[in-house]
Ligand binder design. Structure first.
Ligand code: AMP
Ligand code: MG
Length: 343
């Protein structure tokens, strides 16, 4: 079924839900399914109507319809058009898509390809999260790896995008949720909202503080994938918190788990002793890109990267249940689960 046909009935039911829970002092809430996950928005200022939340979700649906690379959800999108024209003509894209590709290229360069915007051939080959997920053979993996090269992505004047070789492709799955959260937050801010909490499938964005002026307390999820339990708490305002881990999307074959964060250096899911990475940054897109990148980079290189960036902090959890913090986050993170220990 096309996602677009699904979205509008969902929005309708969201509106009904929102109207039913508008009581005084209660936050205005809405939720829907987009970007492959459940989006929750809670506006904590009074006086807003459900139309505002509908506008937020319509904007996210627009971003999805431009940048999805899922052929099961969409016949075509701007990025599917770019990928289909690889090796041939440039494709003109919206300002949205162009901006996300520019950011994705920036993070590809910054991480020397640990984050690689041209990861698409490997993503489609593995098919993780689709019905056709399978472990490819070595030859297929090497063929796909040869097509991955962010430095070959051409972002041309006039918002035209081109990939030089047939078979190449871009994928913004590691950054689009962050971009969408930043856009959602912009819409709320422009409408005058000062206190809101956005949860886009675990990508958290905090607009302002809590209404009483105190910071929000955000649980850092447990790496075993149990979303309702936490290893610790972050105390924050006006920040985004994004976690990447192998439990988000995976499949099993012959008793082995294969997850969705791929290392283009090996062609396989990244394996380096990490069980998850959480990034805190003001912009959700930055947190989203860096959490995926750091998961691929591993503890040492990932931490060095984040320490070099004044705008981001990180919490790494290693498979031996040790929690490693970057320098600037220590006073805002409290470990609560005794099964884990701070480095
Ligand atoms: P996230 O859940 O934000 O960590 O992003 C994971 C998604 O990003 C995957 O489902 C792929 O669509 C894409 N992806 C996987 N590996 C990489 C990579 N090395 N660089 C960039 N994007 C990736
Ligand atoms: Mg990400």
């Amino acid at each position: 079924m096309k996602l677009r046909t699904l979205v509008f009935p969902v929005l309708l039911s969201v509106s009904l839900l929102v109207s039913s829970c508008q009581r005084s002092n209660e936050p205005l809430r809405g939720n829907t399914y987009l970007l492959g996950t459940v989006l929750n928005v809670a506006v904590h200022d009074g006086g807003y109507r459900e139309e505002l939340i509908d506008r937020v979700f319509e904007r996210v649906a627009e971003i999805e319809a431009r940048m999805s690379t899922s052929t099961t959800d969409y016949e075509t999108t701007e990025l599917l058009a770019v990928n289909r024209a690889a090796g041939a003509n440039p494709v003109s894209v919206s300002a949205d898509t162009y901006a996300v590709l520019q950011e994705a290229l920036h993070f590809s360069r910054l991480t020397n390809g640990a984050f690689d915007v041209t990861i698409w051939p490997l993503v489609t080959l593995w098919g993780i999260g689709t019905d056709s997920a399978r472990v490819p053979d070595r030859v297929e993996i090497d063929d796909a790896r040869r097509l991955i090269d962010y430095s070959a992505l051409e972002l041309l004047p006039g918002r035209e995008v081109r990939l030089p070789l047939a078979g190449m492709g871009v994928d913004v799955g590691a950054i689009a949720k962050g971009y969408a959260a930043d856009e959602a937050s912009r819409i709320l801010r422009e409408a005058g909202v000062e206190h809101a909490l956005l949860d886009f499938g675990g990508n958290i964005l905090l607009l302002g503080s809590k209404p009483d002026g105190s910071p929000w307390r955000i649980g850092v999820q447990r790496p075993d994938g149990e979303r309702s339990s936490f290893i610790g708490v972050l105390t924050l305002a006006d920040q985004s918190v994004v976690t990447s881990g192998p439990y988000e999307r995976f499949f099993e074959q012959d008793g082995v788990r294969y997850h969705h964060i791929l290392d283009s250096a090996t062609g396989y899911p990244a394996e380096n002793g990490l069980s998850q990475v959480t990034i805190v940054a003001a912009r959700s897109m930055v947190a989203d890109a860096l959490s995926t990148a750091c998961y691929v980079l591993g503890l040492e290189e990932g931490r060095a990267l984040v320490e070099s960036l004044p705008e981001a902090e990180a919490i790494f959890v290693t498979e031996d249940r040790v929690v490693h913090l970057t320098e600037g986050i220590g006073d805002r993170f409290e470990l609560t689960d005794p099964a884990y220990r701070l480095e």
